[in-house]
Design a protein around this ligand. Structure first.
Ligand code: DC
Length: 236
């Protein structure tokens, strides 16, 4: 092995993982981060926590004044949970990790994430989290907007029925029984809003590597990304 290859393997980088809902981004990103001892940030959880706050406080999304005022009252933090061995999101000191996964939040979050003020508020925080590198961040605009210079960008895709089944399983593990048709409806609606919104729409960065997870086992997804890290041509 040449010394330049060794340097590539040892380099501490930013890994940006983007893609549609339910492609396995979060679970894959979490596992990749754990294997590398990197920090993991689920940016979807941040949009969901803001949505929960807006829902509870009846914030009118169309009122810029109300949105700006609400954002000044929101403090988001990630804290490591020893029981589940994963990081949980806190909204103003309250652990809301499970609450933000409820269907009524999933139904509202895409609309909240079209609001420019919300995106600027969260993107600024996400960039700060990456200043020391050694981070895996997943979302919709990580490789295009948050970290356009990320050394490794992955864009995950999967067919809708596969994504819906995965989401149903995830919800079941949280104690929620949801019909597959309702999940498919929600995924398709969110795909449309996420990819057509004016402010940083979901799209594959030109230099992102696409991984279709439809026929991949979870472990294969994780291994694929870890292998990409060892290929100098995949790392910017
Ligand atoms: O990954 P998720 O399904 O938990 O994300 C919830 C919503 O948040 C998703 O519909 C779009 C939005 N989102 C976004 O606009 N930008 C991100 N970086 C992450 C999520």
């Amino acid at each position: 092995m040449t010394s330049s290859n060794q340097n590539t393997e040892l380099k501490t980088i930013i890994i940006a993982i983007d893609g549609y809902s339910g492609c396995g981004k979060s679970s894959t990103a979490k596992a990749v981060a754990a294997r590398l001892s990197y920090a993991y940030i689920d940016t979807g959880a941040m949009y969901r926590a803001v949505t929960l706050y807006f829902y509870r406080h009846k914030v009118d999304y169309l009122s810029k004044g109300q949105v700006r005022k609400a954002l000044t009252s929101i403090l988001l933090e990630f804290k490591f949970d020893e029981t589940t061995k994963s990081s949980h999101i806190y909204l103003n000191g309250e652990n809301v990790e499970s609450l933000i996964r409820q269907m009524h939040i999933s139904e509202r979050v895409s609309n909240v994430s079209t609001i420019a003020e919300v995106r600027h508020f969260l993107v600024a925080q996400q960039r700060l989290m990456g200043t020391k590198k050694g981070i895996v961040m997943d979302g919709r605009d990580i490789g295009t907007v948050v970290f356009p210079d990320a050394e490794l960008k992955v864009f995950m895709t999967a067919q809708v029925p596969t994504r819906a089944l995965r989401r149903q399983k995830e919800l079941k593990s949280l104690g929620q029984e949801v019909e597959l048709s309702e999940i498919i409806n929600n995924l398709e609606k969110r795909d449309l809003i996420d990819s057509t919104r004016e402010e940083s729409p979901l799209r594959k960065a030109d230099d992102a590597i696409e991984i279709d997870t439809t026929n991949l086992e979870f472990e294969e997804q994780v291994t694929k990304i870890l292998e990409l890290m060892k290929e100098p041509q995949s790392i910017a």
